[in-house]
Design a protein around this ligand. Structure first.
Ligand code: ZN
Length: 445
């Protein structure tokens, strides 16, 4: 046994949602090898005294754009279309691989700090993002978000973004025994055409990989699609086989009841991003109805530029509160459901439900410890309620992926945070923001 957590309050997230007080969890070769109220006979190589701590599965951020960490706080309080076209796209145009890698490492460090052990990321610069993930030790399903506005001469074999997907897939898919998965991504119905939908779904199905799509995020996007095709985004994408692969549909704010039934039938996972949807004024997704329709619903932060952090604990609390406020029923979406969305539902969305999301013998040791000895977490009548309604990512004391500690006591053993910040300061920030208005100027308008 490599590591033993002793005297932990263990939130297993198993089918019974068992919480084990004063329990012992052992890790061997990156897997959970021991789970008991009693100490093992075997002497472990290392003992972590978890007295006063909660041990739970790491969180899954099922929709994010890590390289956008560099854009955090740059353009707040705009509507989505103006935010994207006037502020975000022009800056993204200046980014390069080197900048994307540094920004991704920053985003990974923030994720680990807040107890996230696996992410589903959609962005460009796929090779640089994969390198950052590989070095850091975090798990990731990575996709090259692909747009296509003019499809006159489109061919998968010549279109640069599709070729980037192909190259990244060959180089990085299944890296480190599946720690990295490379997936296809239709950026959104409104930024693409049917030729891309069909080409990418064919790629995903033929290569047994996933599909990641922004779906019905804003009312205008949803309604324009109905005007254009006479069908909702979920329906028109279905006609072109986009849901044939294991798929993640981010946002789903404006889904209609028929969309939910259809997506449930196709096994599509919705990723609810409540804070980004609120911040961009996009609306409130109807999580309760999606779950009732049989959809798997996970949680995501979306990019840090529309959030403005990667703390999934905030998403869990916000999604529970919004569901109650929307339904005028406080029994809607209880804490246990929010915690499931942040763990096992996320793992399911990533196709990783057999490897993580629960504390179970044989699963990967993707584990986090939270310090429950702080004033705001005392007394603790119900651990699951406390995790959702009172705790935050700042309470995470340790993050482990496959038995390896990636964050503990303010330190990141696999990420040289000082070097990352220097790279951002000396290279990436000047590259992207050299002509940005100074703070004093921007405050004037
Ligand atoms: Zn997004």
């Amino acid at each position: 046994m490599d590591t033993l957590f002793s005297h932990a309050t263990v939130v297993t997230m198993n089918d019974q949602m068992s919480v084990l007080p004063d329990a012992f969890v052992g890790v061997t070769d990156g897997k959970i090898s021991y789970l008991s109220p009693k100490a093992p006979d075997e002497q472990p190589a290392e003992i972590i005294d978890a007295t006063g701590m909660v041990l739970m599965p790491g969180l899954v951020n099922a929709h994010t754009h890590l390289p956008m960490s560099i854009l955090k706080g740059f353009a707040d309080d705009y509507a989505l279309s103006e935010w994207l076209t006037a502020h975000i796209f022009p800056r993204e145009d200046r980014m390069d691989d080197r900048c994307a890698k540094a920004a991704t490492l920053l985003g990974i460090a923030e994720s680990l700090r807040f107890g996230v052990t696996s992410v589903s990321d959609m962005y460009m610069f796929s090779g640089a993002v994969a390198e950052a993930v590989a070095e850091s030790g975090i798990k990731a399903n990575l996709s090259r978000g692909t747009t296509l506005f003019d499809d006159t001469d489109f061919s998968f074999d010549t279109y640069p973004a599709c070729q980037e997907l192909e190259t990244t897939f060959r180089q990085w898919n299944h890296y480190d025994n599946g720690r990295i998965k490379i997936e296809a991504s239709v950026h959104g119905e409104y930024t693409t055409t049917y030729k891309l939908w069909e080409a990418l779904s064919e790629f995903a199905v033929n290569n047994h990989t996933g599909m990641h799509v922004h779906l019905s995020e804003t009312k205008s996007e949803h309604e324009s699609c109905k005007e254009k095709y006479g069908m909702t985004p979920a329906q028109i994408l279905d006609c072109h086989h986009v849901w044939d692969a294991r798929a993640i549909a981010a946002h789903c704010v404006w889904l209609e009841p028929e969309d939910m039934t259809l997506l449930a039938k196709r096994g599509v996972s919705a990723v609810h991003c409540p804070i980004s949807n609120l911040k961009l004024g996009s609306g409130i997704a109807n999580v309760t109805d999606m779950v009732r329709a049989g959809m798997n619903v996970a949680l995501g932060t979306d990019s840090v530029a529309s959030n403005n952090n990667l703390d999934l604990f905030e998403e869990m609390k916000t999604c529970a509160l919004l569901a109650k406020g929307k339904s005028l029923d406080p029994t809607t979406l209880p804490a246990s459901a929010a915690l499931m969305m942040g763990t096992i539902c996320g793992a399911r969305a990533q196709g990783r439900q057999n490897e993580c999301g629960q504390i179970k013998l044989g699963m990967d040791a993707d584990l986090i410890l939270l310090d429950f000895t702080q004033p705001h977490l005392i007394p603790c009548h119900n651990v699951i309620s406390q995790l959702v309604y009172a705790a935050s990512g700042h309470d995470v004391a340790m993050t482990m992926v496959r038995g390896k500690i990636l964050y503990a006591e303010g330190k990141f053993p696999t990420i040289d945070l000082g070097a990352v910040v220097k790279e951002l300061t000396d290279y990436a920030m000047p590259l992207v923001f050299h002509d940005a208005p100074k703070q004093a100027d921007s405050q004037k308008d």
